[in-house]
Write a new protein. Structure first.
Length: 280
């Protein structure tokens, strides 16, 4: 009896090692340009596998379990805004927790391979944006009210300019906004805020249609200023950040540039279309 119990413990340990082996080597990645989150999982067959076919099947199952675990852990570390991570919302809301669990369980296998050493590798993917069945659809809340963008302000007195701005919109017909944030260490976040140098918000989730935010995201992050610029369209307005705010998540631009952005937006509505790119 004692021998049987010991054998059971040994088999259990082997199974657990199959499920969790190589977890430290698995990784997750958020592609903020394409709006995808992926995670890798690795598995190895137990020594008790009866034949090569069973060994491969068990290794694959272990890799999938490992990928699900890594995906869940990675997603919980994604920033929702400057003060909140996904894990905070999961802890605070049973609804978010349930939706998040469903989202992760619904991840699809995008690549898999059996390695020469008998191990198996699987990559899972979930959408960051795209609709209700995306990370944005789970963590971003619909307030039901869209607040108007603020009016331009007088750079000297920080007071709102009249309804008819003294600075007319240009004839450029800007299609989007690019903010160059290089050199400041910008942190990526799902719900960023753009502020002027008086810390007045000029662009945020509350100014946007919820469906558009969930569909395409509020901003695209470009690591080199060359790729991932298409969200700003073919004729973007380009301005330089003067600093960052909110845990380095929110770009701050000069009052003069903020005025220009708001005035040009009145002409073409690029902010309402979430046509915003941040260069890191």
């Amino acid at each position: 009896m004692k021998r049987s119990k010991m054998l059971f413990v040994m088999i259990s340990a082997i199974v657990l090692s199959v499920i969790f082996c190589a977890g430290a080597f698995a990784s997750g990645n958020a592609d903020w340009g394409n709006g995808d989150i992926t995670a890798e999982g690795y598995g190895a067959a137990p020594a008790t596998a009866r034949n090569p076919g069973q060994a491969k099947a068990l290794a694959r199952r272990a890799a999938i379990v490992d990928a699900y675990r890594n995906l869940g852990e990675f997603v919980e570390g994604v920033r929702v805004d400057s003060e909140t991570f996904v894990k905070d919302m999961v802890v605070e809301s049973d609804v978010v927790k349930t939706k998040m669990s469903t989202l992760v369980r619904g991840a699809r296998v995008v690549s898999e391979q059996a390695n020469s050493d008998g191990s198996y590798q699987v990559v899972l993917k979930i959408p960051m944006y795209g609709g209700a069945d995306s990370l944005a659809g789970v963590v971003l809340q619909d307030t039901g009210v869209v607040e108007p963008f603020p009016a331009p302000v007088n750079p000297t007195y920080s007071k709102a300019i009249s309804a008819t701005p003294s600075i007319p919109a240009s004839s450029h017909g800007y299609t989007g906004l690019i903010i160059d944030c290089r050199g400041f260490g910008l942190e990526r976040v799902m719900s960023p805020v753009i502020l002027d140098n008086n810390d007045k918000p000029i662009y945020g989730h509350k100014n946007l249609d919820y469906d558009k935010v969930v569909s395409r995201g509020m901003a695209v992050y470009s690591a080199d200023g060359v790729n991932d610029l298409s969200q700003a369209g073919s004729n973007p307005l380009v301005v330089k950040a003067v600093r960052l705010a909110g845990q380095n998540c929110n770009p701050v631009i000069s009052v003069e540039d903020a005025n220009r952005v708001l005035i040009e937006n009145q002409a073409t509505g690029f902010l309402s279309n979430c046509s915003v790119v941040f260069i890191e």
